[in-house]
Design a protein. Structure first.
Length: 166
């Protein structure tokens, strides 16, 4: 079975840290499939993985004033694009059955190791700003050779008062 993790850093065991965005969000490139990109942002509010740029040159064009301590200031327009993409961009999410037909035989073994209620997020050809969110109950994993992710969020348990009063 594919290991699901609850820490977004564990999605990218082979990563190169490029910097920290001014709000504390981390920017990394997953080097498992080469150094060319895409560049991922590990966002904390909302908790999300987003594609910031297709490569380092595109990131430097967005944020040319990257400081010596690798603090990256993204323009307000980029933040607005990211917020809109996360809010409305659910087009990369699919069920395992849909992923089997879309991704093909190359992903069959990886998909078969996932829980049946997993949501698959195909970010291989996604535009910058695309990503997926999670909650504190979500676990996730990444395909070892491409930007395809799986997430599992169990249903919320009823709170104390809901259990008490129905």
């Amino acid at each position: 079975m594919t290991t699901l993790v609850d820490n977004p850093w564990n999605l990218f065991p082979q990563h190169r840290h490029l910097g920290t965005e001014e709000s504390g969000n981390e920017i990394v490139v997953d080097t498992a499939s080469g150094d060319a990109g895409p560049l991922f942002g590990l966002w904390h509010d909302p908790p999300a993985v987003v594609i910031l740029a297709r490569n380092e040159q595109e990131l430097r064009a967005l944020a040319p004033d990257m400081s010596a301590d690798n603090t990256i200031t993204l323009p307000a327009a980029v933040h607005a694009r990211l917020d809109a993409a996360l809010l409305w961009g659910r087009s990369n999410a699919m069920t395992i059955d849909a992923a089997r037909s879309k991704l093909g035989i190359a992903y069959a073994d990886w998909l078969s190791g996932l829980p049946p209620d997993a949501t698959i997020h195909d970010l291989r050809a996604a535009e910058p700003g695309t990503g997926f969110e999670w909650t504190d109950r979500t676990t996730f994993t990444c395909h070892p050779a491409s930007a395809v992710f799986a997430s599992v969020t169990p249903p919320a348990k009823p709170g104390f008062f809901k259990r008490l009063f129905g």
